[in-house]
Design a protein. Sequence first.
Length: 621
Amino acid sequence: MSVAQPPSALRIALVGNPNCGKTALFNRLTGSRQKVANYAGVTVERKEGHFVSPAGRSVRILDLPGAYSLHAASLDEAITREVCMGQRPGEPRPDLIVSVVDATNLRLHLRFVLELRRLGVPMVVVLNMSDAAAKRGILIDRDALSQALGVPVVQTVAVKRDGAAALIDLLDGVLPPAPPVPPQSVEAMSELDTHAEVKRLLDTAVTMPTRTARLDDALDRVILHPVAGLVILAVLLFFMFQAVFSWAEPLMDGIEAGVHLAGEVVGGWLPAGLLHSLIVDGLIAGLGSVIVFLPQILILFLFILTLEESGYLPRAAFLLDRLMMGAGLSGRSFIPLLSSFACAIPGIMATRTIQDPRDRLTTILVAPLMTCSARLPVYALLIGAFIPERTVAGLFNLQGLVLFALYVAGIVSALVVAYVLKFFRRDRTDHPLLMELPSYRIPNPRDIAIGLWERARIFLSRVGKVILTLTVLLWFLATFPSPPEGATLPAIDYSFAGMLGRALEHVFAPIGFNWQICIALVPGLAAREVAVGALATVYALSGSDDAVAVQLAPMIAAQWSLATALSLLAWYVFAPQCISTLAVIRRETNSWAVMAASAAYLTGLAYLASFVTYRAALAFG
Protein backbone atom coordinates (compact mmCIF):
# COMPACT_ATOMS: atom_id res chain seq x y z
CA MET A 1 0.00 0.00 0.00
CA SER A 2 1.55 3.27 -1.08
CA VAL A 3 1.53 6.28 1.23
CA ALA A 4 0.90 9.70 -0.29
CA GLN A 5 3.91 11.95 0.04
CA PRO A 6 3.40 15.57 1.13
CA PRO A 7 4.07 18.20 -1.53
CA SER A 8 7.61 19.52 -1.77
CA ALA A 9 8.68 22.50 0.35
CA LEU A 10 7.91 25.90 -1.06
CA ARG A 11 9.60 29.27 -0.70
CA ILE A 12 7.44 32.28 -1.54
CA ALA A 13 7.91 36.04 -1.44
CA LEU A 14 5.09 38.41 -0.49
CA VAL A 15 5.39 41.55 -2.61
CA GLY A 16 3.19 44.62 -2.89
CA ASN A 17 2.72 48.35 -2.54
CA PRO A 18 2.69 49.84 0.95
CA ASN A 19 -0.76 49.72 2.60
CA CYS A 20 -1.97 46.74 0.55
CA GLY A 21 -2.45 44.52 3.62
CA LYS A 22 0.65 42.45 2.85
CA THR A 23 1.87 42.32 6.45
CA ALA A 24 -1.63 41.44 7.70
CA LEU A 25 -1.64 38.50 5.26
CA PHE A 26 1.84 37.51 6.45
CA ASN A 27 0.61 37.54 10.07
CA ARG A 28 -2.49 35.55 9.11
CA LEU A 29 -0.40 32.84 7.43
CA THR A 30 2.48 32.59 9.89
CA GLY A 31 1.08 33.79 13.24
CA SER A 32 3.87 33.83 15.82
CA ARG A 33 6.17 31.68 13.68
CA GLN A 34 8.19 34.66 12.50
CA LYS A 35 11.82 35.65 12.52
CA VAL A 36 12.92 39.28 12.12
CA ALA A 37 16.48 40.27 11.24
CA ASN A 38 18.30 42.59 8.84
CA TYR A 39 19.59 41.88 5.36
CA ALA A 40 23.36 41.47 5.34
CA GLY A 41 25.20 44.75 4.87
CA VAL A 42 22.12 46.98 5.15
CA THR A 43 19.61 48.02 7.78
CA VAL A 44 16.53 46.91 5.84
CA GLU A 45 14.35 44.63 7.96
CA ARG A 46 14.00 41.04 6.84
CA LYS A 47 10.84 39.22 7.99
CA GLU A 48 10.51 35.51 7.39
CA GLY A 49 7.88 33.07 8.67
CA HIS A 50 6.66 29.58 7.97
CA PHE A 51 3.59 27.38 8.15
CA VAL A 52 2.56 23.86 7.18
CA SER A 53 -0.40 23.61 4.78
CA PRO A 54 -3.30 21.15 5.28
CA ALA A 55 -1.68 18.83 2.70
CA GLY A 56 1.57 18.84 4.67
CA ARG A 57 3.54 21.24 2.48
CA SER A 58 6.14 23.29 4.36
CA VAL A 59 5.90 26.90 3.20
CA ARG A 60 8.51 29.54 3.98
CA ILE A 61 7.32 33.11 3.45
CA LEU A 62 9.51 36.16 3.00
CA ASP A 63 7.69 39.45 3.63
CA LEU A 64 9.55 41.85 1.35
CA PRO A 65 9.63 45.61 1.98
CA GLY A 66 6.75 47.54 0.42
CA ALA A 67 7.55 48.89 -3.04
CA TYR A 68 5.77 50.87 -5.73
CA SER A 69 8.07 49.86 -8.56
CA LEU A 70 11.05 47.73 -9.53
CA HIS A 71 12.63 50.95 -10.79
CA ALA A 72 14.16 51.30 -7.33
CA ALA A 73 13.98 54.83 -5.89
CA SER A 74 14.79 53.76 -2.32
CA LEU A 75 16.81 51.11 -0.51
CA ASP A 76 13.62 49.21 0.37
CA GLU A 77 12.64 48.96 -3.30
CA ALA A 78 16.20 47.98 -4.25
CA ILE A 79 16.10 45.03 -1.81
CA THR A 80 12.69 43.91 -3.13
CA ARG A 81 13.93 44.08 -6.70
CA GLU A 82 17.14 42.14 -5.95
CA VAL A 83 15.33 39.35 -4.09
CA CYS A 84 12.65 38.95 -6.77
CA MET A 85 15.28 38.80 -9.52
CA GLY A 86 17.56 36.44 -7.56
CA GLN A 87 20.35 39.02 -7.41
CA ARG A 88 20.60 39.38 -3.62
CA PRO A 89 23.72 37.56 -2.31
CA GLY A 90 22.81 34.79 0.09
CA GLU A 91 19.09 35.04 -0.74
CA PRO A 92 17.83 32.36 -3.16
CA ARG A 93 15.29 33.35 -5.77
CA PRO A 94 11.74 32.58 -4.54
CA ASP A 95 9.85 29.63 -6.03
CA LEU A 96 6.74 31.79 -6.24
CA ILE A 97 5.98 35.50 -6.07
CA VAL A 98 2.73 36.35 -4.32
CA SER A 99 1.78 39.83 -5.50
CA VAL A 100 -0.63 41.34 -2.97
CA VAL A 101 -2.87 44.15 -4.25
CA ASP A 102 -5.56 46.29 -2.67
CA ALA A 103 -8.78 45.29 -4.43
CA THR A 104 -10.21 48.75 -3.77
CA ASN A 105 -7.33 50.50 -5.58
CA LEU A 106 -6.42 48.34 -8.56
CA ARG A 107 -5.64 51.33 -10.77
CA LEU A 108 -2.49 51.97 -8.73
CA HIS A 109 -1.56 48.44 -7.64
CA LEU A 110 -1.81 46.72 -11.04
CA ARG A 111 1.08 48.84 -12.29
CA PHE A 112 3.43 46.95 -9.98
CA VAL A 113 1.85 43.60 -10.94
CA LEU A 114 2.74 44.24 -14.57
CA GLU A 115 6.37 44.89 -13.64
CA LEU A 116 6.56 41.71 -11.57
CA ARG A 117 5.03 39.66 -14.39
CA ARG A 118 7.90 40.63 -16.66
CA LEU A 119 10.42 38.91 -14.36
CA GLY A 120 9.39 35.49 -15.65
CA VAL A 121 9.00 33.99 -12.16
CA PRO A 122 5.94 31.88 -11.25
CA MET A 123 3.49 34.22 -9.53
CA VAL A 124 -0.02 34.58 -8.19
CA VAL A 125 -1.99 37.79 -7.71
CA VAL A 126 -3.85 38.15 -4.41
CA LEU A 127 -6.85 40.50 -4.37
CA ASN A 128 -6.73 41.52 -0.72
CA MET A 129 -9.52 43.51 0.98
CA SER A 130 -11.93 41.99 -1.52
CA ASP A 131 -14.77 42.37 0.99
CA ALA A 132 -14.20 46.13 1.15
CA ALA A 133 -14.23 46.29 -2.67
CA ALA A 134 -17.57 44.43 -2.78
CA LYS A 135 -19.09 46.80 -0.21
CA ARG A 136 -18.15 49.74 -2.41
CA GLY A 137 -19.80 48.17 -5.44
CA ILE A 138 -16.53 47.30 -7.18
CA LEU A 139 -17.11 44.11 -9.20
CA ILE A 140 -13.98 42.15 -10.17
CA ASP A 141 -14.18 39.30 -12.67
CA ARG A 142 -11.40 37.20 -11.20
CA ASP A 143 -11.30 34.69 -14.08
CA ALA A 144 -11.15 37.44 -16.70
CA LEU A 145 -8.36 39.20 -14.81
CA SER A 146 -6.45 35.93 -14.45
CA GLN A 147 -6.75 35.22 -18.18
CA ALA A 148 -5.68 38.75 -19.10
CA LEU A 149 -2.63 38.63 -16.82
CA GLY A 150 -1.71 35.03 -17.55
CA VAL A 151 -1.33 34.21 -13.83
CA PRO A 152 -3.69 32.80 -11.16
CA VAL A 153 -5.76 35.35 -9.22
CA VAL A 154 -7.27 34.62 -5.79
CA GLN A 155 -9.24 36.71 -3.33
CA THR A 156 -8.35 37.17 0.36
CA VAL A 157 -9.50 39.10 3.40
CA ALA A 158 -6.37 38.97 5.53
CA VAL A 159 -8.04 40.31 8.68
CA LYS A 160 -10.56 37.43 8.86
CA ARG A 161 -9.87 34.00 10.35
CA ASP A 162 -10.38 32.05 7.10
CA GLY A 163 -9.56 34.99 4.87
CA ALA A 164 -6.49 33.35 3.33
CA ALA A 165 -8.10 29.97 2.58
CA ALA A 166 -8.11 30.45 -1.21
CA LEU A 167 -4.39 31.26 -1.23
CA ILE A 168 -3.55 28.27 0.99
CA ASP A 169 -5.52 25.95 -1.30
CA LEU A 170 -3.56 27.25 -4.28
CA LEU A 171 -0.23 26.77 -2.47
CA ASP A 172 -1.20 23.15 -1.73
CA GLY A 173 -1.52 22.36 -5.42
CA VAL A 174 0.82 22.34 -8.39
CA LEU A 175 2.79 25.55 -8.81
CA PRO A 176 1.59 27.73 -11.69
CA PRO A 177 4.00 28.02 -14.62
CA ALA A 178 6.00 31.18 -15.10
CA PRO A 179 4.05 33.77 -17.09
CA PRO A 180 5.28 34.45 -20.61
CA VAL A 181 7.83 37.24 -20.61
CA PRO A 182 6.83 40.10 -22.95
CA PRO A 183 9.43 41.46 -25.38
CA GLN A 184 9.89 44.54 -23.20
CA SER A 185 12.09 44.13 -20.14
CA VAL A 186 11.36 45.80 -16.81
CA GLU A 187 13.75 48.62 -17.69
CA ALA A 188 12.15 49.13 -21.14
CA MET A 189 8.61 49.61 -19.84
CA SER A 190 7.41 53.11 -20.43
CA GLU A 191 4.96 54.99 -18.27
CA LEU A 192 2.61 55.26 -21.26
CA ASP A 193 2.72 51.50 -21.94
CA THR A 194 2.00 50.68 -18.31
CA HIS A 195 -0.87 53.14 -18.10
CA ALA A 196 -2.45 51.74 -21.28
CA GLU A 197 -2.11 48.13 -20.08
CA VAL A 198 -3.66 48.92 -16.68
CA LYS A 199 -6.57 50.64 -18.41
CA ARG A 200 -7.08 47.59 -20.62
CA LEU A 201 -7.12 45.26 -17.60
CA LEU A 202 -9.60 47.45 -15.75
CA ASP A 203 -11.89 47.64 -18.79
CA THR A 204 -11.72 43.86 -19.18
CA ALA A 205 -12.21 42.65 -15.63
CA VAL A 206 -13.43 45.46 -13.34
CA THR A 207 -16.78 47.19 -13.14
CA MET A 208 -16.82 50.34 -11.07
CA PRO A 209 -20.06 51.64 -9.50
CA THR A 210 -21.66 54.51 -11.39
CA ARG A 211 -22.13 56.46 -8.17
CA THR A 212 -19.81 55.97 -5.23
CA ALA A 213 -20.63 57.59 -1.89
CA ARG A 214 -17.47 56.55 -0.15
CA LEU A 215 -17.11 56.84 3.59
CA ASP A 216 -13.43 57.64 3.00
CA ASP A 217 -14.34 60.83 1.17
CA ALA A 218 -16.70 61.93 3.92
CA LEU A 219 -14.10 61.29 6.61
CA ASP A 220 -11.34 62.98 4.62
CA ARG A 221 -13.38 66.16 4.30
CA VAL A 222 -13.03 66.50 8.07
CA ILE A 223 -9.74 64.78 8.86
CA LEU A 224 -7.83 66.51 6.03
CA HIS A 225 -9.36 69.93 6.71
CA PRO A 226 -6.51 72.44 7.20
CA VAL A 227 -7.91 73.58 10.57
CA ALA A 228 -10.17 70.81 11.89
CA GLY A 229 -7.66 68.16 10.81
CA LEU A 230 -4.83 69.73 12.80
CA VAL A 231 -7.08 70.07 15.83
CA ILE A 232 -8.02 66.37 15.60
CA LEU A 233 -4.34 65.41 15.32
CA ALA A 234 -3.41 67.52 18.35
CA VAL A 235 -6.26 66.02 20.40
CA LEU A 236 -5.22 62.48 19.44
CA LEU A 237 -1.61 63.08 20.48
CA PHE A 238 -2.70 64.82 23.69
CA PHE A 239 -5.03 61.96 24.60
CA MET A 240 -2.27 59.44 23.87
CA PHE A 241 0.12 61.00 26.37
CA GLN A 242 -2.59 61.36 28.98
CA ALA A 243 -3.34 57.65 28.60
CA VAL A 244 0.32 56.70 28.98
CA PHE A 245 0.16 57.81 32.61
CA SER A 246 -3.49 57.24 33.51
CA TRP A 247 -4.02 53.76 32.03
CA ALA A 248 -0.64 52.36 33.03
CA GLU A 249 -0.77 53.24 36.72
CA PRO A 250 -2.61 50.11 38.01
CA LEU A 251 -0.35 47.80 35.97
CA MET A 252 2.77 49.59 37.12
CA ASP A 253 1.65 49.36 40.75
CA GLY A 254 1.24 45.60 40.33
CA ILE A 255 4.69 45.16 38.78
CA GLU A 256 6.24 47.40 41.45
CA ALA A 257 4.64 45.33 44.21
CA GLY A 258 5.96 42.15 42.58
CA VAL A 259 9.49 43.52 42.35
CA HIS A 260 9.31 44.70 45.97
CA LEU A 261 8.16 41.24 47.08
CA ALA A 262 10.94 39.58 45.04
CA GLY A 263 13.51 41.80 46.73
CA GLU A 264 12.20 40.94 50.18
CA VAL A 265 11.94 37.19 49.53
CA VAL A 266 15.33 36.82 47.82
CA GLY A 267 16.96 39.13 50.35
CA GLY A 268 15.60 36.96 53.16
CA TRP A 269 16.96 33.79 51.59
CA LEU A 270 20.51 35.02 50.97
CA PRO A 271 23.04 35.69 53.74
CA ALA A 272 24.69 39.09 53.88
CA GLY A 273 27.66 39.37 51.55
CA LEU A 274 28.65 39.97 47.94
CA LEU A 275 26.08 37.57 46.47
CA HIS A 276 23.30 39.24 48.46
CA SER A 277 24.46 42.65 47.24
CA LEU A 278 24.70 41.49 43.61
CA ILE A 279 21.23 39.94 43.52
CA VAL A 280 19.29 42.46 45.63
CA ASP A 281 21.14 45.75 45.07
CA GLY A 282 22.31 44.97 41.54
CA LEU A 283 19.91 42.75 39.61
CA ILE A 284 16.58 43.31 41.38
CA ALA A 285 17.19 47.01 41.98
CA GLY A 286 18.39 47.63 38.42
CA LEU A 287 16.11 45.39 36.36
CA GLY A 288 13.02 45.92 38.51
CA SER A 289 13.20 49.69 38.19
CA VAL A 290 13.15 49.37 34.37
CA ILE A 291 10.57 46.58 33.89
CA VAL A 292 8.02 48.62 35.83
CA PHE A 293 7.73 51.01 32.85
CA LEU A 294 6.75 48.28 30.34
CA PRO A 295 2.99 49.11 30.58
CA GLN A 296 3.60 52.74 29.59
CA ILE A 297 5.72 51.71 26.61
CA LEU A 298 3.09 49.22 25.41
CA ILE A 299 0.29 51.80 25.74
CA LEU A 300 2.31 54.21 23.59
CA PHE A 301 2.82 51.48 20.97
CA LEU A 302 -0.88 50.56 21.15
CA PHE A 303 -1.79 54.04 19.91
CA ILE A 304 0.92 54.12 17.23
CA LEU A 305 0.01 50.68 15.85
CA THR A 306 -3.71 51.48 15.89
CA LEU A 307 -3.22 54.75 14.01
CA GLU A 308 -0.97 52.97 11.51
CA GLU A 309 -3.41 50.09 10.93
CA SER A 310 -6.37 52.47 10.52
CA GLY A 311 -4.79 54.33 7.60
CA TYR A 312 -4.57 57.59 9.56
CA LEU A 313 -0.78 58.08 9.59
CA PRO A 314 -0.39 58.94 5.86
CA ARG A 315 -3.15 61.52 6.33
CA ALA A 316 -1.31 63.01 9.29
CA ALA A 317 1.76 63.25 7.04
CA PHE A 318 -0.33 65.05 4.43
CA LEU A 319 -1.68 67.47 7.06
CA LEU A 320 1.77 68.35 8.34
CA ASP A 321 3.41 68.62 4.92
CA ARG A 322 3.11 72.41 4.69
CA LEU A 323 4.36 72.92 8.24
CA MET A 324 7.30 70.57 7.72
CA MET A 325 8.09 72.06 4.32
CA GLY A 326 8.51 75.43 6.04
CA ALA A 327 11.15 73.81 8.23
CA GLY A 328 13.00 72.32 5.29
CA LEU A 329 11.41 68.85 5.43
CA SER A 330 8.46 67.23 3.69
CA GLY A 331 5.43 65.33 4.84
CA ARG A 332 7.24 62.12 3.88
CA SER A 333 9.51 62.75 6.87
CA PHE A 334 6.53 62.47 9.22
CA ILE A 335 6.33 58.67 9.39
CA PRO A 336 10.10 58.19 10.06
CA LEU A 337 9.89 60.88 12.75
CA LEU A 338 6.78 59.30 14.24
CA SER A 339 8.56 55.93 14.24
CA SER A 340 11.33 57.60 16.23
CA PHE A 341 8.87 58.08 19.10
CA ALA A 342 9.17 54.31 19.52
CA CYS A 343 12.91 54.16 18.81
CA ALA A 344 15.18 56.38 16.74
CA ILE A 345 16.83 53.34 15.11
CA PRO A 346 13.82 52.17 13.01
CA GLY A 347 12.92 55.84 12.50
CA ILE A 348 16.30 56.54 10.92
CA MET A 349 16.06 53.33 8.91
CA ALA A 350 12.61 54.40 7.66
CA THR A 351 14.17 57.45 5.99
CA ARG A 352 15.14 55.13 3.13
CA THR A 353 11.68 55.82 1.69
CA ILE A 354 12.60 59.53 1.30
CA GLN A 355 13.87 59.86 -2.25
CA ASP A 356 15.42 63.32 -1.95
CA PRO A 357 18.92 62.98 -0.39
CA ARG A 358 18.69 66.44 1.18
CA ASP A 359 15.43 65.73 2.97
CA ARG A 360 16.65 62.28 4.01
CA LEU A 361 19.83 63.61 5.64
CA THR A 362 17.94 66.32 7.50
CA THR A 363 15.40 63.79 8.77
CA ILE A 364 18.22 61.52 9.99
CA LEU A 365 19.83 64.39 11.88
CA VAL A 366 16.64 65.46 13.66
CA ALA A 367 15.17 61.99 14.30
CA PRO A 368 17.10 61.62 17.61
CA LEU A 369 15.23 64.66 18.94
CA MET A 370 11.97 62.71 18.88
CA THR A 371 11.20 61.37 22.35
CA CYS A 372 11.85 57.63 22.02
CA SER A 373 10.25 55.06 24.30
CA ALA A 374 13.61 54.47 26.01
CA ARG A 375 13.39 57.99 27.44
CA LEU A 376 9.96 57.23 28.87
CA PRO A 377 11.28 55.44 32.00
CA VAL A 378 13.47 58.47 32.82
CA TYR A 379 10.60 60.91 32.24
CA ALA A 380 8.17 58.77 34.21
CA LEU A 381 10.58 58.49 37.16
CA LEU A 382 11.25 62.23 37.37
CA ILE A 383 7.66 63.28 36.71
CA GLY A 384 6.37 60.80 39.28
CA ALA A 385 8.89 62.03 41.85
CA PHE A 386 8.58 65.80 41.38
CA ILE A 387 5.25 66.55 39.70
CA PRO A 388 2.24 66.16 42.01
CA GLU A 389 -0.49 63.77 40.90
CA ARG A 390 -3.49 66.03 40.53
CA THR A 391 -5.99 67.10 37.91
CA VAL A 392 -6.00 70.40 36.05
CA ALA A 393 -9.33 72.05 35.24
CA GLY A 394 -10.99 68.99 36.75
CA LEU A 395 -10.18 66.94 33.63
CA PHE A 396 -6.48 66.65 32.76
CA ASN A 397 -3.77 64.75 34.59
CA LEU A 398 -0.95 67.18 35.47
CA GLN A 399 1.71 64.50 35.06
CA GLY A 400 0.32 63.71 31.61
CA LEU A 401 0.43 67.41 30.72
CA VAL A 402 4.11 67.59 31.65
CA LEU A 403 4.85 64.47 29.59
CA PHE A 404 2.97 65.98 26.64
CA ALA A 405 5.04 69.17 27.01
CA LEU A 406 8.28 67.16 26.88
CA TYR A 407 7.17 65.45 23.67
CA VAL A 408 6.17 68.81 22.18
CA ALA A 409 9.59 70.20 23.14
CA GLY A 410 11.25 67.42 21.16
CA ILE A 411 9.03 68.06 18.12
CA VAL A 412 9.55 71.83 18.19
CA SER A 413 13.31 71.48 18.61
CA ALA A 414 13.43 69.10 15.63
CA LEU A 415 11.59 71.62 13.44
CA VAL A 416 13.90 74.43 14.59
CA VAL A 417 17.03 72.39 13.86
CA ALA A 418 15.67 71.41 10.43
CA TYR A 419 14.92 75.08 9.73
CA VAL A 420 18.48 76.06 10.66
CA LEU A 421 19.93 73.28 8.49
CA LYS A 422 17.89 74.59 5.57
CA PHE A 423 20.11 77.70 5.43
CA PHE A 424 23.28 75.62 5.04
CA ARG A 425 22.03 73.91 1.89
CA ARG A 426 22.71 74.96 -1.64
CA ASP A 427 19.39 73.60 -2.86
CA ARG A 428 16.56 75.29 -0.91
CA THR A 429 13.76 74.35 -3.26
CA ASP A 430 10.71 72.62 -1.89
CA HIS A 431 9.84 69.07 -2.87
CA PRO A 432 6.09 68.43 -2.97
CA LEU A 433 4.71 65.36 -1.24
CA LEU A 434 3.24 62.66 -3.48
CA MET A 435 1.89 59.65 -1.63
CA GLU A 436 -1.01 57.23 -1.62
CA LEU A 437 -3.78 57.69 0.93
CA PRO A 438 -4.98 54.18 1.81
CA SER A 439 -8.56 53.36 2.62
CA TYR A 440 -9.64 53.63 6.23
CA ARG A 441 -9.67 50.29 8.00
CA ILE A 442 -10.80 49.01 11.36
CA PRO A 443 -7.55 47.81 12.99
CA ASN A 444 -7.33 44.06 13.32
CA PRO A 445 -6.90 43.14 17.03
CA ARG A 446 -4.76 40.15 16.08
CA ASP A 447 -2.25 42.28 14.18
CA ILE A 448 -2.19 44.82 17.01
CA ALA A 449 -1.58 42.02 19.52
CA ILE A 450 1.28 40.58 17.43
CA GLY A 451 2.82 44.05 17.12
CA LEU A 452 2.60 44.65 20.88
CA TRP A 453 4.08 41.23 21.60
CA GLU A 454 7.01 42.01 19.30
CA ARG A 455 7.63 45.34 21.07
CA ALA A 456 7.37 43.73 24.51
CA ARG A 457 9.76 40.97 23.44
CA ILE A 458 12.27 43.49 22.12
CA PHE A 459 12.05 45.58 25.31
CA LEU A 460 12.39 42.55 27.60
CA SER A 461 15.24 41.27 25.44
CA ARG A 462 17.05 44.57 26.03
CA VAL A 463 16.36 44.21 29.74
CA GLY A 464 17.59 40.63 29.73
CA LYS A 465 20.73 41.25 27.70
CA VAL A 466 21.96 44.85 27.54
CA ILE A 467 20.53 46.12 30.82
CA LEU A 468 21.36 42.94 32.75
CA THR A 469 24.97 43.02 31.55
CA LEU A 470 25.41 46.71 32.29
CA THR A 471 23.70 46.40 35.67
CA VAL A 472 26.12 43.66 36.75
CA LEU A 473 29.06 45.71 35.39
CA LEU A 474 27.87 48.80 37.24
CA TRP A 475 27.41 46.79 40.44
CA PHE A 476 31.01 45.61 40.13
CA LEU A 477 32.32 49.12 39.53
CA ALA A 478 30.23 50.45 42.43
CA THR A 479 31.37 47.69 44.83
CA PHE A 480 35.11 47.44 44.18
CA PRO A 481 37.61 48.33 45.49
CA SER A 482 36.43 47.88 49.04
CA PRO A 483 36.65 50.86 51.39
CA PRO A 484 39.67 51.07 53.72
CA GLU A 485 39.35 50.21 57.37
CA GLY A 486 37.79 52.96 59.44
CA ALA A 487 36.13 54.56 56.40
CA THR A 488 33.29 56.89 57.31
CA LEU A 489 31.71 57.37 53.90
CA PRO A 490 29.47 54.82 52.09
CA ALA A 491 31.46 52.10 50.34
CA ILE A 492 30.44 53.33 46.88
CA ASP A 493 32.40 56.55 47.44
CA TYR A 494 35.64 54.55 47.35
CA SER A 495 34.69 52.44 44.32
CA PHE A 496 35.63 52.85 40.66
CA ALA A 497 32.13 54.16 39.93
CA GLY A 498 32.38 56.63 42.80
CA MET A 499 35.69 57.94 41.50
CA LEU A 500 34.26 58.31 37.98
CA GLY A 501 31.15 60.06 39.28
CA ARG A 502 33.16 62.51 41.35
CA ALA A 503 35.38 63.31 38.36
CA LEU A 504 32.42 63.91 36.02
CA GLU A 505 30.68 65.99 38.67
CA HIS A 506 33.10 68.85 37.98
CA VAL A 507 31.88 68.93 34.35
CA PHE A 508 28.16 68.66 35.15
CA ALA A 509 27.98 70.69 38.38
CA PRO A 510 27.06 73.89 36.47
CA ILE A 511 23.85 72.20 35.31
CA GLY A 512 23.00 70.79 38.74
CA PHE A 513 23.92 67.12 38.28
CA ASN A 514 25.26 65.27 41.34
CA TRP A 515 27.77 62.42 41.17
CA GLN A 516 25.06 59.76 41.23
CA ILE A 517 23.49 61.23 38.08
CA CYS A 518 26.92 61.42 36.44
CA ILE A 519 27.45 57.70 37.05
CA ALA A 520 24.03 56.87 35.56
CA LEU A 521 24.76 58.87 32.39
CA VAL A 522 27.66 56.58 31.42
CA PRO A 523 25.78 53.23 31.08
CA GLY A 524 22.83 55.22 29.74
CA LEU A 525 24.87 55.68 26.57
CA ALA A 526 24.31 52.01 25.78
CA ALA A 527 20.54 52.13 26.41
CA ARG A 528 18.46 54.99 27.79
CA GLU A 529 16.52 52.73 30.14
CA VAL A 530 19.75 51.74 31.89
CA ALA A 531 19.97 55.21 33.45
CA VAL A 532 17.02 54.41 35.73
CA GLY A 533 18.44 51.01 36.67
CA ALA A 534 21.84 52.59 37.25
CA LEU A 535 20.36 55.18 39.61
CA ALA A 536 18.55 52.42 41.49
CA THR A 537 21.76 50.42 41.84
CA VAL A 538 23.82 53.43 42.90
CA TYR A 539 21.32 54.49 45.56
CA ALA A 540 20.85 50.90 46.71
CA LEU A 541 24.60 50.62 47.30
CA SER A 542 24.71 54.07 48.89
CA GLY A 543 22.28 53.11 51.66
CA SER A 544 21.34 50.19 53.81
CA ASP A 545 17.71 49.67 52.83
CA ASP A 546 17.33 46.74 50.45
CA ALA A 547 13.86 47.95 49.46
CA VAL A 548 15.35 51.01 47.76
CA ALA A 549 14.90 49.23 44.41
CA VAL A 550 11.24 50.17 44.38
CA GLN A 551 11.53 53.37 46.41
CA LEU A 552 13.76 55.26 43.99
CA ALA A 553 11.23 58.01 43.21
CA PRO A 554 10.66 59.13 46.85
CA MET A 555 14.39 58.88 47.57
CA ILE A 556 15.45 61.22 44.75
CA ALA A 557 12.51 63.51 45.59
CA ALA A 558 13.94 63.85 49.09
CA GLN A 559 17.56 64.32 48.01
CA TRP A 560 17.38 66.30 44.74
CA SER A 561 16.21 69.82 44.21
CA LEU A 562 13.42 70.58 41.75
CA ALA A 563 15.99 72.54 39.69
CA THR A 564 18.15 69.41 39.32
CA ALA A 565 15.18 67.30 38.24
CA LEU A 566 14.08 69.86 35.63
CA SER A 567 17.65 70.14 34.38
CA LEU A 568 17.86 66.36 33.91
CA LEU A 569 14.54 66.38 32.04
CA ALA A 570 15.91 69.09 29.73
CA TRP A 571 19.08 67.04 29.23
CA TYR A 572 17.13 64.02 28.04
CA VAL A 573 15.04 66.07 25.61
CA PHE A 574 18.19 66.87 23.62
CA ALA A 575 20.97 64.47 24.63
CA PRO A 576 22.39 62.10 21.99
CA GLN A 577 20.64 58.79 21.66
CA CYS A 578 22.26 55.50 22.60
CA ILE A 579 25.42 54.31 20.89
CA SER A 580 23.33 52.03 18.68
CA THR A 581 21.54 55.06 17.23
CA LEU A 582 24.83 56.78 16.43
CA ALA A 583 26.02 53.55 14.77
CA VAL A 584 22.87 53.46 12.61
CA ILE A 585 23.45 57.09 11.59
CA ARG A 586 26.95 56.07 10.53
CA ARG A 587 25.65 53.11 8.52
CA GLU A 588 22.75 54.98 6.87
CA THR A 589 24.88 57.98 5.85
CA ASN A 590 28.14 56.06 5.35
CA SER A 591 29.85 59.00 7.05
CA TRP A 592 31.76 59.21 10.32
CA ALA A 593 31.64 63.00 10.01
CA VAL A 594 27.82 63.06 9.98
CA MET A 595 27.71 60.78 13.01
CA ALA A 596 30.22 62.94 14.90
CA ALA A 597 28.36 66.13 13.95
CA SER A 598 25.09 64.61 15.17
CA ALA A 599 26.59 63.60 18.53
CA ALA A 600 28.28 66.99 18.95
CA TYR A 601 25.27 69.20 18.23
CA LEU A 602 22.94 67.09 20.36
CA THR A 603 25.35 67.15 23.33
CA GLY A 604 25.79 70.89 22.97
CA LEU A 605 22.04 71.48 22.84
CA ALA A 606 21.51 69.23 25.87
CA TYR A 607 24.11 71.02 27.99
CA LEU A 608 22.82 74.45 26.97
CA ALA A 609 19.18 73.53 27.64
CA SER A 610 20.05 72.01 31.04
CA PHE A 611 22.15 75.04 31.99
CA VAL A 612 19.38 77.51 31.12
CA THR A 613 16.72 75.35 32.82
CA TYR A 614 18.76 74.87 36.00
CA ARG A 615 19.71 78.54 36.36
CA ALA A 616 16.16 79.70 35.61
CA ALA A 617 14.74 77.25 38.17
CA LEU A 618 17.17 78.51 40.81
CA ALA A 619 16.40 82.13 39.97
CA PHE A 620 12.63 81.67 40.25
CA GLY A 621 12.91 79.50 43.36
